[in-house]
Ligand binder design. Structure first.
Ligand code: NAG
Ligand code: NAG
Ligand code: NAG
Ligand code: NAG
Length: 325
């Protein structure tokens, strides 16, 4: 019971010390970051201060920007950055909970942000742009757009609407699939093939998808010259999971997901990594406006190749069964 009293006393103390987001940012050395919110659409700041359990990913390193370059960047961009940096820890909690945690505590999670701009977000009705936070070598890491991850660099700081979580740089606003794939030189074959077979447009326009993008080394072992266009479309479409955004914290061992090729992929979660029909994920959680991209080491076949050591040519065999059926 004594412990309970201490807890109540502690939470009363936290309550008394909390303040608005802007004041808390300014008092903790995030003045430049605060000016992004001040320049953003006012609805963002009012949602944040009225919110509960918000997490604000705040950076002291606003990439060398001064207030004048922030202004030049434009209020639209600042609105997007502020909205993307403001996420809801729990969507449904009506109570204002304050939580403080040590920097190293980070269980994998998908958080929805305040970024809902339909020009750049297409995740299905009522779903805002989301991001992934998960530990990488014990450091809590936040995955956002452009394949860029930022690191959590300090303990949470409470404010009226939740906590400020210090990170080492600004989150990137997720772009389109096309713009994002173009940032990865190791995905040049996959990107070129999507273009060549007119799949980039439908894949970019679909709401809420997961793209499994094989690295160029996966295509080196494949002779695509003998395949018809129809077979190539079927192979490439097998790399697009439809109506499901498979952010890594959501993936479960044994999960079966539908692909654009009208096939399925089975997820395997092992100590050594995550696999889709035997193709190993090499970089997870590249966030895009209409879903997520994971890069994979081999071409994804049509069957569950539950063999984590499968070499590339074998990975293609079940696929060829599919296309020659
Ligand atoms: C930018 O503006 C904000 C609010 O107007 C102020 O608190 C902050 O100190 C300014 N930063 C610089 C680098 O001038
Ligand atoms: C989505 O974003 C809008 C606009 O910022 C916000 O009002 C709404 O609460 C957000 N939804 C969720 C579930 O966070
Ligand atoms: C992959 O890219 C290389 C270099 O541009 C090219 O020579 C090769 O034909 C491409 N492979 C496929 C399957 O498109
Ligand atoms: C998947 O099925 C739909 C409807 O039956 C069909 O229109 C489409 O061409 C199929 N896609 C592939 C890649 O086979």
């Amino acid at each position: 019971m004594i412990a309970r009293h201490i807890l109540l006393a502690l939470s009363a103390a936290t309550l008394a010390s909390a303040d608005t987001l802007i004041n808390t940012l300014q008092q903790n050395g995030f003045g430049d970051f605060a000016s992004i919110y001040q320049d953003a659409d006012p609805s963002i700041l009012s949602s944040v201060d009225a919110g509960s359990n918000m997490i604000i990913y705040a950076s002291k390193n606003v990439q060398g920007t001064t207030n004048s370059t922030l202004r030049r960047r434009g209020s639209t961009t600042n609105t997007q950055i502020a909205a993307m940096s403001s996420v809801q820890k729990t969507a449904s909690s009506s109570k204002k909970l304050r939580f403080k945690r040590h920097q190293a505590d980070s269980s994998p999670a998908v958080y929805q942000s305040l970024l809902s701009d339909p020009e750049i977000v297409n995740l299905g009705p009522g779903v805002n742009q989301s991001l992934v936070e998960r530990p990488v070598e014990d450091v809590p890491t936040v995955f956002a757009g452009a394949g860029k991850a930022v690191l959590v660099v300090g303990d949470d700081i409470a404010f009226d609407g939740g906590v400020i979580r210090p990170v080492d740089s600004l989150l990137e606003i997720p772009g389109s699939i096309g713009n994002t794939l173009a940032l990865f030189p190791q995905l040049s074959n996959f990107t070129a093939l999507l273009n060549q077979f007119n799949l980039l447009k439908p894949v970019s326009e679909a709401a809420g998808i997961t793209v499994l993008a094989p690295e160029d080394s996966a295509f080196a072992a494949v002779d695509t010259s003998r395949l018809t266009d129809e077979q190539m479309v079927a192979i490439l479409s097998q790399h697009v999971i439809v109506n499901y955004v498979g952010y890594s914290p959501r993936l479960k061992d044994g999960q079966v997901l539908n692909t654009l090729a009208n096939g399925t992929v089975t997820v395997a979660v092992r100590d050594c990594g995550v696999y889709f029909n035997g193709a190993k994920v090499t970089a997870a959680d590249v966030i895009v406006g209409n879903g997520v991209v994971h890069t994979v080491a081999s071409v994804v076949g049509s069957e569950d190749g539950d063999d984590t050591q499968k070499p590339l040519p074998l990975a293609l065999l079940p696929l060829l069964d599919l296309v020659f059926e």
